[in-house]
Design a protein around this ligand. Structure first.
Ligand code: HEC
Length: 405
């Protein structure tokens, strides 16, 4: 009798899981020219789809206060929509945030709210999408970032070097000279932080500065519903950095909450979703991002405890030393089933760019040879039966933080 009850419980757990990804359909509009957050074109045409953003727990930051604040971080629900005029694509998102945190000083414990949109360069092989944490070797992504900056911060050089931004109040100039300086700064100044990067993994993020990337971003806070941010990225449908495959992109979004001292890798991140242009028809991509493996979660948990918990931690498994391997507490919210499966059978296919042996001998996630080739320290579990692997993947898909109410 008990056994039956157990089986039923496992089933109901499995069926209540929201999928990591979804399909967002871009709505056709006449023009995206001059469109910003709150524009009429957006208000009248957007069709929002909920997307859940999970805390990034793979790696940990070297910041005690931030780690403490984010210890039990919940997932956040955002809403995503897209518009296209046939030349460009606008990705629009909004998410709740009770506090508007702006960048107004280089203080060590103050960080702004912000968001990022990541496009896989190529989604023609959906089984091999880039690593969700900013791409992987040979599987690049384009990333657009916007952070909420306060207007008084200016960037006098005009070369988008945000690090050299100066506050006019700190300049050693007075009277007329200061006025002149302020005028000059205003002319050249950037009032917000907007950046585009290419990346093949989080150690390799490279800012694109040679004017080869065309995009616009915007971010706007509204007080309604207890406070929420809207953000958007507009980019050409096709460029060197990302192009649709059969009319669809693989896209993911991330948000930073300044109040929780979030920045860099410390953020909430969605899984890959399919962004479908009006003529889009990439069934394979849609299948991969929404795939839920049919397996026995209870058996999968047992198998994971025996085979995986000696290196990995997740909520409910804390035998392994912390960060001996990526923390899998949110793997089910961020990774596709195909990725989890690939990780188990062929760990070298994507090597999570975390701790390397030279820098962290006790936590090496991979080894590097003389030629710079990396090899994962995770052994391949290709001797497990297919059924067992499916059970493990089905269990891994349940690993994700609760969604904040
Ligand atoms: C000997 C230690 C070890 C064991 C045992 C181990 N792993 Fe790993 N695993 C790692 C390391 C190190 C990495 C990071 C390097 C890489 O990507 O291969 C990793 C990466 C992963 C990733 C990718 C994580 C991410 O954030 O993208 C997944 C998924 C994964 N392992 C699942 C498993 C599963 C499931 C098992 C059990 C069947 C398992 N691992 C057993 C060490 C281990």
């Amino acid at each position: 009798m008990r056994k039956v009850v157990k089986a039923v419980t496992a089933l109901s757990v499995a069926s209540s899981i929201a999928l990591a990804g979804s399909v967002i359909e871009a709505v056709k509009v006449d023009s995206l020219e001059g469109v910003r957050c709150g524009s009429e074109v957006i208000k009248q045409n957007v069709k929002f789809t909920p997307v859940i953003l999970y805390p990034q727990t793979t790696l940990r930051m070297n910041d005690k206060k931030a780690n403490e604040l984010n210890k039990d971080a919940k997932a956040k629900e955002a809403e995503v929509a897209a518009l296209t005029d046939g030349k460009e694509i606008a990705l629009i998102l909004r998410w709740k945030d009770k506090t508007k945190d702006l960048f107004d000083c280089y203080c060590s414990d103050k960080y702004p709210d912000g968001f990022a949109v990541q496009f896989a360069k190529d989604a023609s092989e959906p089984q091999k999408l880039p690593y969700i944490g900013m791409g992987s070797d040979g599987r690049p992504v384009a990333i657009y970032i916007h952070k909420a900056y306060k207007n008084e911060i200016f960037e006098p050089n005009g070369n988008k070097e945000v690090f050299y931004q100066v506050n006019p109040h700190n300049v050693n100039a007075f009277g007329k000279e200061l006025e002149k300086f302020k005028e000059e700064v205003k002319k050249r100044g950037f009032k917000s932080y907007q950046r585009a990067f290419v990346s093949e993994g989080f150690r390799s993020m490279t800012e694109i500065k040679d004017n080869s990337v065309h995009y616009r971003t915007d971010m706007h806070y509204v007080e309604k519903k207890g406070g929420m941010w809207g953000g958007m990225v507009i980019r050409p449908i096709e460029d060197f950095y990302a192009s649709p495959s059969k009319g669809e992109f693989a896209v993911a979004v991330a948000v930073w909450d300044g109040k929780e001292l979030q920045r860099d890798g410390l953020k909430r991140l969605s899984g890959w979703f399919a962004l479908k242009l009006p003529n889009g028809e990439n069934k394979e991509l849609e299948k991969v991002v929404t795939e839920k493996v049919d397996g026995n979660v209870t058996k999968g948990k047992e198998l994971a405890m025996t085979n995986c918990a000696s290196c990995h931690r997740w909520k409910g498994a804390d035998m392994a030393p912390p960060y001996m391997a990526p923390n899998l507490s949110n793997i089910g919210g961020q990774a596709t089933a195909a990725y989890i499966k690939e990780s188990i059978i062929d760990p070298n296919a994507v090597i999570v760019p975390g701790y390397n042996r030279n820098a962290h001998p006790n936590f090496s996630w991979y080894m590097v040879d003389d030629k710079g080739n990396r090899t994962s320290t995770m052994p391949p579990f290709n001797y497990l039966k297919e059924e067992e692997i499916n059970d493990i993947v089905a269990f891994m898909q349940t690993l994700k933080a609760e969604v904040e109410k």
